[in-house]
Design a protein around this ligand. Sequence first.
Ligand code: ADP
Ligand code: MG
Length: 261
Amino acid sequence: MLNSIMTDISLASAASQLPASPSVQPERRLVLSASGLGKTYQMGDVTVQALLEVDLSIYGGEFIVLLGPSGSGKSTLLNILGGLDRPSHGTAHFAGHDLTSASDAELTSYRREHVGFVFQFYNLIPSLTVRENVELVTDIALHPMSAIEALELVGLAQRLDHFPSQLSGGEQQRVAIARAIVKRPDVLLCDEPTGALDYVTGKLVLEVIERINHELGTTAVVITHNAAIAGMADRVLYLGGGRIQRIVKNEHKLKPAELSW
Ligand code: ADP
Ligand code: MG
């Protein structure tokens, strides 16, 4: 059931992916939410409470930065919201659909149709060119843009036939972002996307994520432990002690070029 509903959502959301004018504010369409969300890992005798009680609401077109110290459960939370993992208790919803009761097949189609992931390490296939790495996704997506269009958005259209080993780390991460957004996902979930990059390159990658959020209207959630990055968010969620400790709304978002750390 989730399957067919999700297809409807992807059709309905196509309109929200038209370029947004600069004056358009994030809408109040609830995209991701969590209520009383907890996650416990049992490793032999050791019990790890990664998340205790997370409540959050993320709206269409928002740029969210999820900040917290190492081990605070940021990745666990993002993985649950992205349908890669399941909570131990509580609920998570995408556009009103319960992810916690979804079958494995439904979660697979949720990820395939609605979620783009970007991780710290780029996970490109070394034997495929830049274009082929992105086309892996266009082959299975419902309404993809072309690989070239996605690579233009990340500023790499002139590197189509290069292999990952011929690119810098920042360029490889931009290919990974093109691969994540080529399917026109509703949400772009980024786990420490600049974690392996130097200062200048990291900023370029943040600029690309900001551009996707702004031009395509894609809801973006970016995990970082770098507090300076919080300045570019619409809202900053601070995770600690297994809960959202604080939510800060930025009245004036900064451009990545204006951030410094
Ligand atoms: P963060 O991304 O904020 O650094 P994580 O979500 O990765 O935090 O981890 C939160 C806690 O859960 C940590 O104590 C971590 O060791 C533990 N944890 C995460 N994933 C697993 C797992 N698959 N098995 C056991 N413990 C895990
Ligand atoms: Mg993490």
